[in-house]
Write a protein that binds this ligand. Structure first.
Ligand code: ADP
Length: 530
């Protein structure tokens, strides 16, 4: 039975009640309780095991407990029970009334039977019975063989019932750990067939437990080494654990149902029989894909940023050293392009630092916006005018629908988005620098598109270019300066306006980046938090 199928078995809890009830009836009793001795009480087993009532109301039970405790306290060690295990006394009319019986003096007895075995006292069975009731264990005065035998059997059955309760409870605790663990856990039999598959495992792999039970675990996880080579059965962590090897935090890739791969650390262990033979294998799986991605991102960040900072600094430093040479004098024709280059590089530095601050503010969770009703036509015209002045060799085509509806937006931030997209269109089009900017409206939003005929972006890369510090791996793209922050910032700004941003691109033919903003009447603003 798999852990997910475990239900707390009622039988286990009823077993004690049945034993107590049968024992009391065997003695001719009508109601009573069994009280577990302190030394036999195991806090890890069910709390109900401490007292097991039989046909007693709560009030009557409390009375019984008081008397039974006194009786257990006075009976002493297990050995002394053997002399007189069954104590009988008359029930006073008051106590009888409490228990719901008629107050006829001498009609009722309260009996206390010590339940013990060689291991010690298990508890006291206390019950009420009519004065004339007798059991077949009480034919003679003093303990009979039959009574001793009965007590021994009752004690053995009770110990078993208590053990079963403790086991059920322990199983429940383990099942809770298994289900709530954020680490994947699977267990297999000796033939490496899955017998348990916890919810975290279901979450990683996309397989439901019911679909993988009984399947060979290698077929389900399809493990590979970190270079993507299939792992043979000899590398099975569970087989190695069966063979007595230590398998802790071993790195491997596992495949989800949809083929997606995860980098995981696995720890394998083995449950052995009393004779030391392997019975079950347990695999603990920790997904470290995200951690590793973050590590890679951090090192990419450091290399990209240091490169992007060093390049303009080196250029500025080079020109500044030349221009400050005491032995040289420069005319304005020589000076001007060098000073312009220095200014451009200083701008580049300024922009990079600005983008870094921007990105960290987005990460910190907030971006304050100054939102007003905005007509995008003039914004686009103004932006293109500036680009034309700075890039006289590039061509810009504008295709704006007439009567564009207004949007609710922060003008400065939308200008930043446009500027980033147009700069990219120019940067990543080394040969044909013609950019088309279009703006159209649908019934709910206004869509701005920036198209180029540049190097384009592969489908695989398109999924990632809006991520922080992501730069396309192509050599040509790598050779172009950039820190992989522009599109990340664009997406954050557009989404903060309740819009979307996306790309359509064909490698070596060109790209179209589009973003949408809700029409003014549709906008749900202010939206300041990402
Ligand atoms: P970067 O500062 O590197 O340009 P971006 O976030 O603006 O950062 O862009 C991320 C990556 O997306 C770029 O490094 C580039 O590889 C790719 N990219 C962006 N725009 C274009 C485009 N118009 N054509 C081709 N590739 C592009």
């Amino acid at each position: 039975m798999s852990w997910s199928q475990i239900q707390q078995s009622e039988d286990v809890h009823e077993q004690m009640a049945m034993l107590v009830g049968s024992a009391i009836r065997l003695f001719g009793g009508e109601a009573g309780a069994f009280v577990l001795a302190n030394e036999a009480f195991d806090p890890r087993s069910s709390a109900e095991a401490e007292i097991t009532p039989y046909r007693l109301s709560d009030v009557a039970l409390a009375l019984f407990l008081e008397q039974a405790e006194a009786a257990i306290g006075s009976t002493g060690a297990a050995g002394s029970h053997a002399q007189q295990p069954l104590a009988i006394e008359w029930l006073t009319p008051e106590v009888a009334a409490h228990l719901g019986y008629e107050q006829t003096p001498g009609a009722l007895q309260r009996c206390s039977l010590a339940v013990y075995d060689a291991a010690g006292t298990l508890g006291m069975l206390s019950f009420v019975r009519p004065a004339d009731a007798r059991s077949r264990f009480e034919q003679h005065e003093g303990p009979t063989d039959a009574l001793s035998l009965f007590i021994a059997q009752l004690a053995a059955s009770m110990r078993l019932a208590l053990k079963a309760q403790a086991l059920t409870k322990e199983q429940g605790r383990l099942a809770a750990i298994f289900h709530s663990s954020t680490e994947g856990i699977l267990t297999v039999d000796t033939a490496l067939r899955i017998i348990d598959f916890n919810p975290a495992m279901e979450h990683f792999t996309g397989w439901r437990e019911s679909e993988v039970l009984g399947r060979f675990y290698f077929d389900v996880l399809r493990p590979k080494d970190r270079h993507g080579n299939e792992l043979g059965l000899e590398a099975s962590p569970i087989l190695q654990a069966f063979a007595g090897q230590q398998v802790t935090q071993r790195e491997m890739m596992i495949s989800a149902r949809d083929g997606q791969r995860f980098l995981v650390l696995v720890t394998a262990s083995c449950v052995r029989s009393a004779r030391g033979e392997p019975m079950n294998g347990i695999l603990n799986v920790r997904d470290v894909t995200r951690e590793r991605q973050q590590e890679e991102q951090r090192s990419t960040f450091i290399s990209v940023i240091s490169h992007e900072l060093q390049t303009p600094i080196a250029i500025i430093k080079g020109y500044a050293s030349t221009l400050t040479r005491p032995d040289a004098s420069f005319d304005s024709k020589t000076l001007h392009p060098r000073l312009t280059a220095m200014e451009e590089e200083a701008d580049r530095l300024n922009k990079l630092v600005g983008n870094l601050l921007y990105a960290s503010r987005i990460q910190a969770g907030g971006l304050q916006m100054d939102v007003t009703s905005l007509d995008l036509g003039p914004v686009i015209h103004g932006m293109v005018r500036r680009f034309r002045v700075k890039n006289p060799e590039a061509s810009f085509a504008l295709k704006l629908s007439p009567d564009l509806p207004t949007v609710m937006a922060d003008r400065e931030r939308i200008e930043e988005v446009l500027q980033n997209l147009i700069e990219n269109a120019l940067k990543y089009s080394p040969h044909q620098r013609c950019v088309e900017i279009a703006c159209n409206a649908t019934s709910t939003e206004v869509i701005v598109s920036v198209s180029d005929s540049g190097m384009g972006i592969s489908l695989r890369e398109q999924e990632h270019i809006f991520e922080r510090f992501h730069r396309v791996g192509e050599p040509l793209a790598q050779a172009t300066p950039g820190a992989g922050l522009g599109l990340y910032i664009c997406r954050a700004i557009v989404e903060a306006h309740g819009g979307r941003i996306w790309v359509e691109s064909t490698l070596r033919q060109g790209s179209t980046f589009s973003f949408s903003l809700p029409r003014e009447e549709q906008a749900q603003l202010p939206m300041v938090v990402f």
